[in-house]
Design a binder for this molecule. Structure first.
Ligand code: GTP
Ligand code: MG
Length: 197
């Protein structure tokens, strides 16, 4: 599935500039700096496909990457915080919510959570919106290399508890590290299963 070409195909700075709804889309959402763009690169094995930065606020548009013949991966701007003006972050957040709730060819949203920080209020607000709109999502912990095993187990247990009463949530939580390739094959397998449904 990921062995073929992966190409940047479209950037949408606003809702009016989205590509036509063709083919299956899978989106990566999460707070600024959580590691969305890094995970796009890890999945495709292409280190410079999506632009990453240690400064929150790197990705400023919805970036569409066509993966082989099967689907399109959407790398989103982060929500929550960024080293850019508040008005910009608010505009991105509106764009993210509107895209996620209004896209009929969106098969699943992977909501990325920094394993060092866990679920924040701003994440919960997004999950509330997805549950309400019945948009299917799955949580992915990122930066799994940055926590000790015991801390990670606690983190995962906390996240499972928070997911229990969420109707649109896929029950399995994936633990990943783009740095160590941890959980990346499992995420590829998760996407492959999704495309078979
Ligand atoms: P925005 O586009 O600003 O919303 O950020 P993003 O979510 O796309 O994050 P990005 O991939 O740009 O990564 C942000 C920072 O986290 C960079 O400094 C990355 O090197 C770092 N990072 C990403 N993945 C990992 C990981 O698996 N482990 C560790 N330790 N750091 C990571
Ligand atoms: Mg990014």
């Amino acid at each position: 599935l990921f062995a073929g070409a992966a190409d940047f195909t479209w950037a949408a700075p606003e809702l009016g500039a989205l590509p036509p709804m063709e083919g299956v889309e899978i989106a990566f959402a999460g707070r600024s700096n959580v590691g969305k763009s890094s995970l796009v690169n890890a999945l495709t094995g292409r280190n410079t496909l999506a632009r990453t930065s240690h400064t929150p606020g790197r990705t400023q548009q919805l970036n569409f990457f066509r993966i082989g013949e099967r689907f399109t991966l959407v790398d989103m701007p982060g929500y929550g915080y960024a080293q850019v003006e508040k008005a910009k972050v608010e505009a991105w957040t509106r764009l993210i919510h509107a895209y996620l709730k209004g896209r009929s060819n969106l098969a699943r949203v992977y909501v990325l959570i920094d394993s060092r920080h866990g679920l924040k209020e701003i994440d919960t607000a997004l999950l509330d919106g997805l549950d309400k709109a019945a948009v299917s999502y799955q949580l992915v912990l990122t930066k799994g290399d940055a926590l000790k095993k015991s801390e990670m187990e606690k983190r995962i247990a906390g996240i499972h508890a928070a997911l229990a009463k969420r109707p649109a949530a896929y029950p399995e939580v994936l633990l990943t590290s783009s740095r160590d390739d941890l959980g990346v094959p499992e995420l590829r397998a998760s996407i492959a299963r999704l495309l078979q449904e």
